[in-house]
Design a protein around this ligand. Structure first.
Ligand code: SF4
Length: 78
């Protein structure tokens, strides 16, 4: 299983991840990325068919802001 979340503290709103994986990543009003699947909580399992896109996004992120784990992330508290 894979779960993903964007570290919005380090994301520089470059737009690469949404191009690589448009079904996983979108951007807020400031262009900062978030995971569409679960509002960037990292608790929704990424479908296997999206693993290649996810890998591309991780590799293409210039700030290493896309985190991937094999179990759900703890919900980030704002
Ligand atoms: Fe942010 Fe990385 Fe996505 Fe660029 S590729 S928008 S830095 S998460």
């Amino acid at each position: 299983s894979k779960y993903t979340v964007v570290d919005q503290e380090t994301c520089i709103a470059c737009g690469a991840c949404g191009a690589a994986a448009p079904e996983i990543f979108d951007y807020n009003d400031e262009g900062v990325a978030f995971v569409i699947l679960d509002e960037n909580e990292g608790t929704a399992e990424v479908a296997e068919g999206l693993f290649d896109d996810l890998d591309d996004a991780v590799e293409g992120c210039p700030t290493d802001s896309i985190k991937v784990e094999t179990s759900p992330f703890k919900v980030l508290v704002d």
